[in-house]
Design a binder for this molecule. Structure first.
Ligand SMILES: CC(=O)SCCNC(=O)CCNC(=O)[C@H](O)C(C)(C)COP(=O)(O)OP(=O)(O)OC[C@H]1O[C@@H](n2cnc3c(N)ncnc32)[C@H](O)[C@@H]1OP(=O)(O)O
Ligand SMILES: CC(C)C(=O)C(=O)O
Ligand SMILES: [Mg+2]
Length: 512
């Protein structure tokens, strides 16, 4: 039988201490309701003495949530504890969390207090909080940099004063896993009464070790982990809930513990936190990053198509995603391209695939991600087309603030040279009018879009047009550093496709 590790989520308190991540009451309530559904044992909703707004938010969360404990943070002071209790006293399961620093540097420079004064103040605070509720947590701020014997002395005293949860924070993220694990073991061995309470840890990620330190602590007997969604929190953040829980879930024999977290809710709550706080999740973030279940390299994509477990240690469904993603880019291979083309409606023969694959690689060298629309154009161009009727030979455009935009176009039409001059509202309109005049076509332009294929003012411009003639629709695409030339290529490309589709109506639905 596995022992339970209690999860205290502090996204609404320490997470909110991320610069710019402040949440209002409605946002805190919305998140707290989702955290409750996620199955966290306790929600630290805020620091009621910090402001009227936070007091209100904690009080409202305490009204709305009934399954998870609602925790309010307070300094070791009568005023803060009074505010904390006023805010959470009406919760179905309230907890007061009071804290005081125990490291020499914090006591000397920040608190201006001696060890004896800190010991007394911690005991007084816990006793006062216990006059409201028997559910009191005490944290020794900067515990990991405190003298271990003094730490044990303070813990013993606050346990005797009534604290039910004893928290050992690595406030500044200075600990390393084996050392932090040893400190937890030391505290367990040298604090009388520690087995009657829950030993908790609260790690920060300044060295990127918050999750590793929390795991080391659990390995050594800690049974509450303080975490945040997406690992947000003061400075570099806190232990990330999703990384901790998914490590325990994915490696079930690593530690003999379990949590009550409903993992299939992880992805959506990660998105919600990101949306509410305005803090984007980095794409390569473990578990919830956009790339965590995305594969770009051809060798990986081939493996994943054969059996996802070749390159996926977790099923995407476990965190609430429907599937993993095969991203079409310059590292993709033929297997993935074939499969992807099928999903967007093109079942190509071996020969056709070879042709499109070559063009796909050329395009992928220029573009970061190849979109479905690009693939569609490649298929249309490479497979669904015969020799062009129209091609551009020459284009000269005059445009500016004081001249009528004019375009002179020379084309090859069925092998014969032809040229004419057209005018229009702008240089592209003038070019299109000249081409339309030369080709004597009646198509209408349904869409015209310009994208930069690369960055900077020297970017390749890519133009896409959608043309319609007699109920037949064709896409045209052209690329050139000059967007007027790119537009001419796209228009002529679209006209060639229209001609082809008129001759081959069976291909029409594929080209749409
Ligand atoms: C590690 C952590 O995450 S701790 C939690 C951090 N969270 C916050 O700070 C919440 C937001 N904070 C605030 O809104 C404000 O700092 C308040 C309302 C709490 C206090 O504001 P102020 O009274 O203006 O004090 P200020 O923030 O400048 O300084 C902190 C004071 O608290 C004292 N203090 C710090 N920690 C504690 C503690 N655990 N117990 C008692 N006093 C403490 C400091 O010594 C200092 O006291 P002083 O004013 O007598 O010098
Ligand atoms: C208040 C305490 C638990 C804290 O956030 C820390 O020490 O990092
Ligand atoms: Mg903290």
């Amino acid at each position: 039988m596995k022992e339970k590790v209690y999860i205290l989520d502090t996204t609404l308190r320490d997470g909110e201490q991320s610069p710019g991540a402040s949440m209002n009451t409605a946002e805190k309530v919305r998140l707290a309701t989702q955290l409750e559904k996620l199955g966290v044992d306790a929600i630290e909703a805020g620091f009621p003495a910090a402001s009227e707004g936070d007091f209100e938010a904690v009080a409202e969360v305490a009204r709305k949530v009934s399954n998870s404990e609602i925790v309010a943070l307070a300094r070791a002071s009568v005023h803060d504890i009074d505010r904390a209790w006023k805010a959470v006293g009406h919760a179905a399961k309230p907890r007061i969390h009071t804290f005081l620093a125990t490291s020499d540097i914090h006591m000397q420079y920040k608190l201006n207090m001696s060890r004896d004064e800190v010991l007394k103040s911690a005991v007084d605070a816990v006793k006062y909080a216990c006059s409201f509720t028997d559910n009191v947590e005490f944290s020794a701020e900067d515990g990991s940099r405190s003298d271990p014997d003094f730490l044990c002395q303070v813990f013993e005293a606050v346990i005797n004063a009534g604290a039910k949860v004893i928290n050992l924070p690595d406030t500044v993220g200075y600990a390393v896993p084996h050392e932090f694990g040893e400190l937890v073991a030391y505290v367990r061995k040298n604090t009388p009464g520690i087995d009657k309470v829950i030993l908790s840890v609260h790690c920060h990620n300044d060295l990127g070790l918050a999750v590793a330190n929390t795991l080391a602590a659990i390995e050594n007997g800690a049974r509450q982990a303080e975490v945040t969604i997406n690992g947000i929190g003061e400075r570099a953040g806190n232990t990330s809930l999703e990384e901790l829980v998914m490590t325990l879930n994915t490696r079930p024999t690593y530690l003999p513990v379990t949590t009550a977290i409903e993992t299939t809710r992880i992805y959506r709550i990660s998105r919600l936190v990101s949306m509410i706080t305005g803090m984007p999740v980095q794409p390569n973030k473990a578990i919830v990053g956009a790339n965590a279940f995305a594969h770009e390299a051809g060798i990986h994509q081939h493996g994943v198509l054969a059996n996802p477990m070749t390159y996926e240690i977790m099923k995407p469904e476990t965190i609430g995603l429907t599937t993993s993603k095969l991203v079409m880019g310059k590292h993709s291979g033929k297997h993935a391209l074939h499969k992807h083309l099928k999903t967007i409606g093109y079942d190509l023969s071996e020969e056709e695939l070879k042709l499109v694959f070559k063009k796909f690689k050329e395009l992928a060298d220029k573009k970061k991600v190849v979109l479905d629309e690009d693939l569609e154009a490649l298929v249309n161009e490479g497979v669904l087309r015969t020799a062009d009727i129209y091609s551009l030979q020459y284009l000269h455009v005059t445009a500016g603030t004081t001249v009528l935009p004019t375009a002179t176009v020379k084309m090859l039409i069925n092998g014969a040279e032809a040229f004419c001059t057209g005018s229009g509202n702008g240089p592209i309109d003038a070019t299109f009018n000249a081409i339309s005049e030369l080709t004597q076509t009646q198509s209408s332009l349904l869409r015209f879009s310009v994208n930069a294929l690369t960055g900077g003012t020297d970017a390749q411009g890519e133009v896409t047009v959608r043309l319609k003639e007699d109920e037949i629709i064709a896409l045209g695409r052209g690329a050139d550093p000059d967007i007027i030339t790119a537009s001419a290529y796209a228009y002529i490309n679209g006209l060639n496709r229209l001609e082809y589709l008129k001759e081959n109506p069976a291909r029409t639905s594929e080209a749409l």
